[in-house]
Design a binder for this molecule. Structure first.
Ligand code: NAD
Ligand code: 6OD
Length: 488
């Protein structure tokens, strides 16, 4: 099959090659080249930001909230109509099983636009009156205005889902955006440009610039002086670099960063459901989920039994062609990421961990032999100070250890630099609520995992992020709140 060309989308137009560099977009399942991506130059990024700035003052800036909301609903509807194209692009870029992308990635791409169309229409207007110094009444009320041009810098693990999770609230609030998708997964962001054109989103409102981070589109964008705010999802180290760029001009940031999430399993859980939930929390998307559980604490009386059950389920996961509906685990995103994950597998072995299943590469056959496959892995035997219990691995693996009391497990779960998500599995809801209150995490799932209500606040505590997005919380970041004071 001939490799396609993926282009940046600036001011309503796809950008041609025109002497620019191009890089290969690789299918992680088989190592084949899917497309050539044209890298945006510093000039292109400047044009994109200028276009986004101009668009704020054009027809987009004059739309009423219901008009904007209707347009976002059309974007959602058009993603659904072009579902198969989005699905094929996402599956090729990520290598993830089609069953996962068709149930999660693409539907959420559409759902994000619908959710924020609804949030903006029902956003509360704030106001109050008070007695003024001269005895008369004073009315104070608040207006929300768009923040301006928003830079949206995205990772590769849920490309469309995570990009639209930022673009939808930004647009719903009347901003314009310049998106920098991950270099690993450029396709759906470009495809969305076509959808924006089709439904009549004015030129310059949604722009996409392709490239890498340092000395490329990511850095050009985040250091551009006309960018008014930066929303970023990715690694903590990248967050630090972006924060430095944002310091020039004191631009606000919203960060969703890494995790080292704890799962706590009590002996009084519903065993069958707890095994299911834990398997999903560790292995979904080959563990490449910021929210995924990498540290599992199991109450001692049933530690052996629970670990054995999860290990058996992990062993039964089936790698294979992403489009084969019986495939239940995909590859890692890249050769580089596989090297990093296998490095942790080696560190675990060297430290004396027992691998109940996995611990190495998947030896795939045929075309898939060139993909980036690793075995789902369950370890026991290391203490909480081991590297695999402290650092984010971002692969299909977790370490299990026993615990004896609530206080002990809360202290161990909280003993981490990260604080993104936690999971508590127990049928004792009093205990569940008490522990949820004690855990240092942005989200705590009880008897569930990755169960999302898009109106709920979402983000990380400690090093896992800055700020919260979701529902009205997104409005705090994507708008300026102005008070108007009127003495009567
Ligand atoms: P990454 O930080 O390497 O890259 C993310 C994006 O930042 C890419 O588009 C990249 O090109 C860009 N970038 C890199 N350096 C840059 C720089 N100096 N300036 C500007 N842009 C730059 O992250 P990744 O490897 O794509 O994603 C995996 C990480 O993302 C994991 O740590 C994971 O936990 C985290 N993540 C967090 C969440 C969350 O909601 N908290 C969600 C998904 C992923
Ligand atoms: O569901 C979401 O909105 C979200 N931001 C999920 C993040 C997944 C991390 O990999």
């Amino acid at each position: 099959m001939k490799a396609m060309q993926i282009s940046s989308f600036i001011a309503g137009e796809y950008v041609g090659v025109g002497g620019r560099n191009a890089f290969e977009n690789i299918n992680p399942a088989d190592g084949s080249v899917i497309s050539h991506v044209i890298e945006a130059s510093a000039d292109d990024v400047d044009r994109a930001v200028q276009a986004a700035k101009r668009a704020l003052k054009g027809p987009w800036g004059r739309l009423s909230v219901p008009e904007r909301a209707r347009l976002l609903e059309k974007v959602a509807a058009r993603i659904e109509e072009r579902f198969d194209e989005f699905l094929a692009a996402e599956v090729a870029d990520t290598g993830k099983p089609v069953t996962l992308a068709s149930h999660l990635d693409i539907p959420r791409g559409a759902a994000n636009f619908r959710a924020f169309a609804s949030v903006i229409e029902s956003a509360p207007t704030k106001g109050f009156t008070m007695r003024g110094p001269t005895g008369g009444d004073v009315i104070n009320y608040s207006l929300r205005t768009p923040k301006g041009v928003i830079a949206v810098v995205c990772p590769w693990n849920f490309p469309l889902l995570l990009m639209t999770w930022k673009v939808a609230p930004a647009l719903s609030c009347g901003n314009t955006v310049v998106v920098k998708p991950s270099e690993e997964t450029p396709s759906t962001a470009s495809l969305l440009g076509d959808v924006m054109r089709e439904v009549g989103i004015p030129d310059g409102v949604y722009n996409v610039v392709h490239g890498f981070g340092p000395n490329s589109a990511g850095e050009y964008l985040t250091s551009h002086p006309l960018v008014d705010a930066i929303t970023f999802t990715g690694e903590c180290k990248t967050g630090e670099a972006i924060m430095r760029a944002a310091a020039a001009g004191t631009r606000p940031v919203s960060f969703e960063l890494g995790g080292k999430n704890a799962g706590i399993v009590f002996a009084d859980c519903n065993m069958e459901k707890a095994v299911d939930t834990t398997v999903r929390a560790i292995f979904m998307n080959a563990g490449q989920v910021c929210l995924h559980t990498e540290r599992v604490y199991v109450e001692r009386p049933f530690f052996e039994e629970f670990t054995a059950k999860v290990s058996a389920r992990a062993k039964a996961l089936k790698p294979g062609q992403p489009h084969d509906k019986s495939t239940t685990i995909g590859p890692l995103i890249s050769a580089e990421h596989r090297k990093k994950v296998l490095g942790y597998y080696q560190k675990a072995a060297a430290a004396g961990a027992r691998a109940h299943t996995g611990g190495g590469e998947f030896r795939m056959e045929g075309a898939l032999a060139k993909g980036f496959w690793v075995e789902p892995t369950v370890w026991t035997g290391l203490d909480d100070g081991a590297a695999i219990n402290r650092e984010e691995i971002f692969g299909p693996c977790a370490h299990f250890s026993p615990f004896d009391s609530d206080d002990e497990v809360v202290a161990r779960a909280n003993d981490s630099d990260f604080g993104l998500a936690a999971m508590v599995l127990t049928e004792n809801l009093t205990r569940a609520h008490r522990i949820a209150g004690q855990l240092e995490a942005g989200t705590c799932w009880i008897n569930s995992w990755f169960l999302r209500d898009l109106r709920a606040p979402f983000g990380g505590a400690k090093r896992s992020g800055i700020g919260r997005e979701g529902g009205v919380h997104s409005l705090e970041f994507y708008t300026e709140l102005k008070n108007v004071c009127v003495p009567i």
